[in-house]
Design a protein around this ligand. Structure first.
Ligand SMILES: Nc1ncnc2c1ncn2[C@@H]1O[C@H](COP(=O)(O)OP(=O)(O)OP(=O)(O)O)[C@@H](O)[C@H]1O
Length: 580
């Protein structure tokens, strides 16, 4: 029952709706008592030859009116109680989504997409069932149960009622025992479902890789294992689930046995009439639903509890990147000073960046080169404030970066990551993603700067062509350039291209770089590149190696140093020369 306490904030919010629903249930419970009472009365009148025509008519009218009122009340409680439950699901789903959007990279590394999807579907459904069906079962079990009990005692006989209900305490004990087991098995089943969901997501997203590597059979096998695991854990839940109904049925049968044995004796001794016994049988029938509801309620409470705990755990996680008290509420601008002594992703991990120090004046371009895994993207991520736990100082303009309001800080950047993502939307909307109010002229200007305008004009519906998973397939170079156009449209203080020109040919790259030089004269640019032609004109080039600066200087200075940069550059020039 703890879960009802945890959800009390919602019940308070929806008290009118729940009161309306429970009121309707109470009216139904009371009206339900009349038919057995009336039929019991008619049977006694038949037995004693007292039945009149008028009594039959009046009884029939009362029964019909009774049924009509119950019809409207049943309609009312459904709208009220189930309506509230759906509203709870909507509120929690929205909270979850809002929470996800605030989380930092660490969070998404810890929780996989399939897992998060499982929370947003299965868990929310269990909570919704609790707030709808669960409340109905609780209210019904209590209202109908107690009103039927009241009728048994008042309209029939106290002694017979008490004897008939002797098996009841066993139902409470049984429900508790099964409920506890259900909690454990349902938790395991939900976790297995999360894991399988994740597997499905990864398998479908990576289906092209699977096919090209001929790994379909292996994928099918490992998916079979996941589904078997979910199946086994669900079956364990069903095992306990399924025990509820038979347990309650056995108890109901035990009640009937006691009713008939003792009822027959009491008729013979004249303590109750035959009509009383028939009414009692009817009331017992009416008790079946509240008793079952009680069992279902336990079941729903356990499932809702597990799911609510899982959702609460997610919602309680705080983003690693938090605003300080009274953050600087402006978009930073000016020079960048970067002085990181060390940074490691995890507390126990070895540092991936060490002693990186440089200054980048406003309007300058920084080039970052280095072998793969040398820390280039990590450096960019620190600048973007994806991680705050580095040792050292990073300043932007007149302040350290952690002092800025997170949202305002991010507005200073246009970032094109290595693995750009295009949404299932039109090309135009993909480009204006960071600035939805941008005009079509601005979108086209950005596309021209990114040298992708002509490609887009060649698509069947031009800028209105839908791209992404459900749209046309674009080449790697086209995707990169659309992503660059998206960042350029923002005209950001700092543009970061993280190996974003790798899939475009040398001439297109040159055109894009030239457009950047002309259009971003007053702004700062950071280019991470494996192909040095992209950073040749930078004011400063850092060459990273295993997280440290190995070489630094302008292109010409680095060539003169005759180190790794000069060697790779000569290889690249040789390759490009041979290419032409
Ligand atoms: N989220 C992460 N958690 C833990 N380690 C990470 C994470 N991201 C990167 N690393 C590690 O940090 C090191 C630097 O990675 P980084 O992506 O910065 O290299 P890079 O120079 O950009 O490589 P590439 O040129 O291949 O993109 C690598 O050893 C990598 O395995």
């Amino acid at each position: 029952m703890q879960i009802f306490k945890k959800l009390s904030w919602f019940f308070k919010q929806e008290k009118k709706s729940y009161f309306g629903g429970i009121f309707a249930l109470a009216v139904i419970a009371v009206l339900n008592l009349f038919p057995p009472m009336i039929t019991g009365g008619i049977i006694d009148q038949i037995e004693f030859n007292e039945l009149t025509y008028e009594t039959v008519i009046v009884s029939a009218v009362v029964l019909v009116v009774n049924a009509l009122i119950m019809f409207f009340m049943r309609y009312l409680w459904r709208i009220c109680i189930f309506g509230s439950a759906f509203r709870l699901e909507r509120i929690l789903r929205f909270r979850l989504f809002e929470h996800f959007t605030k989380m930092s990279s660490n969070f998404f590394q810890r929780y996989r997409v399939g897992d998060l999807m499982a929370h947003a579907t299965n868990d929310l459904r269990s909570i919704q069932r609790l707030a709808g069906l669960g409340v109905l079962q609780l209210a019904d079990a209590l209202i109908t149960g107690s009103s039927v009990l009241f009728a048994m005692i008042v309209f029939v006989d106290l002694k017979l009622t008490l004897i008939t209900l002797i098996p009841m305490p066993f139902m409470i004990i049984g429900s508790q025992v099964i409920g506890k087991r259900l909690h454990t098995t349902f938790t395991a089943a939900q976790q297995a479902f999360s894991s399988m969901n994740n597997r499905t997501h990864e398998s479908v997203s990576g289906i092209k890789v699977t096919k090209t590597f001929g790994q379909e059979q292996e994928e099918i096998e490992s998916f079979r294992e996941e589904t078997n695991d979910v199946y086994k854990k669900n079956m364990r839940t069903v095992m306990y689930d399924a025990a509820f109904d038979p347990m309650i049925e056995i108890i109901i049968i035990a009640c009937y046995v006691l009713l008939f044995i003792f009822g027959a004796g009491m008729i013979q001794s004249g303590d109750v009439t035959l009509g009383n016994l028939v009414a009692m049988v009817n009331y017992m029938n009416m008790l079946i639903w509240p008793m079952l509801a009680f069992g279902f309620l336990y079941n729903n409470i356990e499932r809702g509890n597990v799911s609510y705990e899982r959702i609460e755990e997610l919602l309680s996680i705080k983003s690693d990147i938090q605003n300080i008290d009274n953050p600087i509420d402006k978009v930073p601008t000016g020079d960048i000073f970067f002085d990181v002594h060390s940074f490691a992703y995890g507390q126990k991990d070895v540092p991936v960046l060490e002693d990186i120090k440089f200054e980048l004046k406003q309007r300058q371009t920084l080039g970052i080169a280095g072998k793969t895994g040398s820390g280039k993207t990590t450096l960019v991520k620190l600048m973007l404030r994806e991680y705050d736990h580095y040792k050292g100082t990073i300043r932007f303009g007149d302040s350290e970066i952690y002092k800025y309001d997170v949202d305002k800080y991010h507005k200073a950047f246009g970032y094109v990551p290595q693995d750009q993502f295009l949404f299932s939307a039109t090309v135009a909307d993909n480009i204006r993603f960071g600035c939805m109010e941008a005009s079509m002229d601005e979108v086209i200007a950005a596309a021209k700067m990114a040298s992708v305008h002509e490609d887009i004009e060649g698509f069947a519906q031009g800028y209105e062509t839908v791209v992404g998973e459900r749209g046309v397939s674009l080449s790697g170079g086209q995707k990169q350039r659309i992503a660059i156009a998206r960042a350029l449209l923002l005209n950001p203080e700092v543009l970061i291209l993280d190996d974003s020109l790798s899939a475009v040919d040398a001439k297109t790259e040159e055109r894009i770089l030239e457009a950047l030089r002309v259009n971003r004269e007053n702004k700062t640019t950071i280019i991470v590149a494996h192909r040095f032609s992209a950073i040749k004109h930078a004011n400063l080039i850092l060459v990273l190696d295993e997280g440290k600066v190995k070489e630094r200087g302008t292109h010409n200075e680095l060539i003169k140093q005759d180190g790794w940069y000069a060697y790779i550059n000569s290889q690249q020039e040789l390759y490009q020369g041979g290419d032409e």
